[in-house]
Structure formats: C-alpha cells, structure tokens
Write a protein of this length. Structure first.
Length: 120
C-alpha cells in the first residue's frame, strides 16, 4: 500500500508492483454435524465467499472474515484490472485470491471438511 488509506482517491492508474514480501494468512474451521464455520483472516467480497462455500459439501456454511487479526481485503484479479478501492487498499498482491482459494481447498480436504467428504 504505497498510499495511506485516507489518501486513496479514484484513479485509472495505480502502481501494483510486488514488494517481494510474503504475507501469511490464517484459515480455521470447525464443523458441528452438517454445519461448517470457516474462519479466514482477510475480508472477502460476497462472490468470493460463494466460491469458498462451494468448496464445502454441506448445506450450511458460515464464513467469518477478519479472524485472528484483520489483514484488510483479498482482491480478485478483476479488482487489480479495474483499479478498485479493494485492490488499492490491501497488503496482498495480484494472484493472492487464486492462491488463497487453493489453500482453503487444501485445508478443507486435510480437515475432512471438503467437497470430497460424503455427508450422510
């Protein structure tokens, strides 16, 4: 974030250069019968939340963001292309949303909460 949050203004051009730093993100989950609570550190938009819900093979999924410390937004590629507020106001770079989705998929599978699990 080269510009402080309060100084962000609409623009068509923004420097999204990668810094070379990595940011670890927290993923947590628990199931209660056919209900899954997925806790994630970044704030995501509702369409990305739907992608997360599709990874879980139960009818009721709750997604809690900003769990174990807020990390701001998780922008998707279209946010970087459109130079949105979400993309300008994050510590995460282009490609992060795809990588995060894969990590959630791996976490759910290892935790036996994934789409591979059969619920009776």
């Amino acid at each position: 974030m080269p510009i402080p949050t309060k100084e962000l203004k609409p623009t068509k051009h923004f420097d999204f250069s990668k810094t070379g730093r990595q940011q670890e993100l927290t993923i947590a989950g628990v199931s209660f019968g056919s209900i899954v609570l997925l806790g994630i550190q970044p704030e995501v938009n509702s369409l990305f939340g739907e992608k997360l819900r599709e990874l879980v093979n139960v009818q009721t999924v709750f997604i809690a963001s900003m769990v174990n410390g807020a990390i701001k937004y998780l922008p998707e590629e279209k946010d970087f292309e459109r130079v949105t507020y979400t993309a300008m106001n994050t510590q995460l770079g282009s490609g992060s949303s795809k990588q995060f989705l894969e990590e959630v998929r791996r976490f759910l599978k290892e935790s036996d909460l994934s789409v591979d699990k059969q619920i009776n």
